[in-house]
Design a protein. Structure first.
Length: 556
């Protein structure tokens, strides 16, 4: 069994759609239910004895990965993550309730062997090898730490959290054991070294930025990449002949790059075996297709609108951001976006925790919906209404909202457009193909507002360092370029706190500060509606669980 990476991923495609093992829960029709996270999922569970030998699992991507290095800025997307998950080691896996367990395919034992200082000892499975035949050893882990700890800025990393707390990684009893010593405690240490790359990927900044740019030369999962067809926009994974664990039932996993609008027809025409369905119309239409059912389980992924607070931007002033935020009715967006998909749709009111996750609380009051207050605040700031649009110093209050080219995103933007028009703020909607949304638009800061999704998991605190930390020298995942030294201090306190209850308390303190800064507005968390072939087993809506790729297959 293997999990998806604990890094917070940029989830491009889904208007509202996340460390996730195959929990053995019942299937689901996908109708109704809460949007809150639960302890079950819907994957059509079956013992492997019920499955055929062989088969090809056909899945969709929104864009060809910019890089297969999921630790890098360019590779930190769900598309990259979906491709590499069956191919790389992780220390821990999660069940449907979000409980973590050691992945014994890769590690025979992982234990905290000291707490002053904090020491974690990793014992690697003696059978574990990379696809080039070389053993997975402690040096792979040391090299990954050195690339991720932030010491060398030439490593273009997606995040340093946790790794920057480590003092050293040493050889243990033999080459198959790594002893990791922290210079200060790190609460979510179980999220480190997953996925684990071979030393070849992390040995130097040039290797880190280029070794897995166009392929994944060496891997170590039940599957390995065997074909990259950029002409047909297709990636094929096949059984890894060096794999030492349970033999997968599938022969292949094939990813096809398809526009979101093509996912439903592909399901209806039996060209895909599973795909996420956003919107009641798509869910209903896919349910009516022959041999297809909806499997639903809420997922730790949420949609948001990010504010650009960089110097010189129209939203640089936090008071302007607060006024704009108060004019956006997030509850209406939730009700419109998830009508018919979940009972009683609700806006998500935390940047850190999902509804249903321990620690979740509503910290959004500072920007609660109040258009009258928003208008008065803009008046007081000198943004004077001139016709339909406010002006100040000859600059019009016009916001350019960028998003993935999908109707669901545009529908959300139109709701915000109507809300903002009422207070004299003009919203211009710009759609971008998935392959260029982050690289060409969001990463360079070429936006005022940006809509996308974040994929989290069972270890939620890492998002604080990766997405909300304020470091002008290294923005990592902070696309908004918003934050403060005070917020950084609370984030650091949160991530070094080993008392779970105290860490949750500090995380909510940080979240309140993030709302006050108006870094971004969470919209809704994913209802988790997946269309799947009825004969596809152990795959679908995983919720908090991660796939066990050796047990996925088709019924006899």
């Amino acid at each position: 069994m293997r999990t998806r990476s604990t890094l917070t991923r940029l989830a491009i495609p889904l208007a509202a759609i996340g460390l996730i093992v195959s929990g053995c829960s019942s299937g689901s029709s996908g109708e109704g239910g809460t949007s809150a996270l639960g302890s079950t999922n819907a994957i059509n569970p079956h013992p492997v004895s019920d499955l055929k030998d062989g088969g090809n699992l056909r899945l969709a991507l929104t864009a060809f990965p910019e890089s297969f290095n999921g630790l890098s800025v360019d590779g930190n997307t769900t598309d990259t993550n979906d491709v590499i998950s069956p191919t790389l080691p992780v220390p821990f896996v999660s069940d449907a309730a979000g409980e973590l367990n050691i992945d014994h395919d890769y590690f025979t034992d992982v234990q905290m062997t000291g707490n002053s200082p904090q020491v974690i000892t990793y014992t690697i499975n003696p059978k574990a090898v990379w696809t080039d035949g070389s053993p997975i050893i402690w040096e792979d882990m040391r090299s990954q730490w050195q690339s991720q700890n932030g010491v060398n800025p030439e490593y273009l990393v997606a995040g340093t959290q946790g790794y920057d707390q480590i003092e050293k990684v040493e050889r243990g009893a033999d080459d198959r054991q790594a002893v990791v010593t922290f210079r200060q405690p790190y609460a979510e240490w179980k999220g480190l070294f997953g996925p684990l790359y071979p030393k070849a990927n992390t040995v130097s900044p040039q290797a880190f930025n280029d070794w897995a740019r166009n392929s994944l030369p060496v891997s170590a999962g039940p599957f390995t990449i065997t074909n990259l067809d950029r002409t047909q926009s297709r990636i094929t994974l096949s059984r890894n002949p060096k794999w030492w664990g349970d033999t997968p039932k599938l022969d292949n996993i094939t990813f096809s790059v398809l526009d979101i609008a093509a996912w439903l027809p592909a399901i209806q025409n039996n060209e895909l075996d599973e795909a996420y369905m956003s919107g009641l119309e798509n869910v209903t239409a896919s349910r009516q297709a022959p041999g297809v059912e909806i499997r639903r389980a809420s997922e730790p992924t949420f949609s948001l609108v990010a504010f650009n607070g960089a110097p010189g931007s129209v939203l640089e002033d936090v008071k302007v951001r607060q006024a704009v935020a108060k004019a956006i009715n997030r509850q209406t967006i939730a009700e419109t976006n998830q009508h018919g998909l979940v009972d009683n749709p609700k806006a998500l009111n935390s940047h850190v925790f999902m509804d249903g996750q321990k620690g979740y609380q509503d910290n959004s009051a500072v920007v609660g919906y109040d258009p009258d207050a928003a208008a008065k605040e803009l008046d007081a700031l000198g943004w004077v209404l001139n016709g339909d649009v406010r002006e100040k110093g000859g600059r019009k209050l016009i916001l350019r909202d960028v998003m993935y080219q999908q109707d669901r995103w545009v529908d959300i933007a139109k709701l915000m457009q109507a809300d903002l028009q009422k207070i004299g703020v003009k919203l211009e909607i710009q759609t971008v193909p998935g392959s260029g949304l982050f690289t060409n638009v969001i990463d360079p800061g070429n936006f005022d507002l940006a809509q996308y999704s974040l994929q989290g998991g069972v270890l939620p605190l890492g998002v604080l360092r990766q997405v909300y930390y304020y470091d002008p020298k290294n923005w990592q995942g902070n696309k908004s370029r918003i934050g403060s030294p005070e917020l950084n201090t609370v984030i650091d306190q949160t991530l070094t706190e080993l008392s779970p209850d105290k860490a949750l308390e500090l995380a909510n303190k940080a979240d309140t500060m993030i709302w006050t800064e108006v870094h971004s507005l969470p919209l809704v968390q994913a209802p988790g509606t997946h269309a799947a072939r009825t004969d596809l087993a152990n795959w679908g809506a995983f919720g908090m669980a991660s796939p066990d790729y050796t047990k996925v297959g088709f019924l006899k």
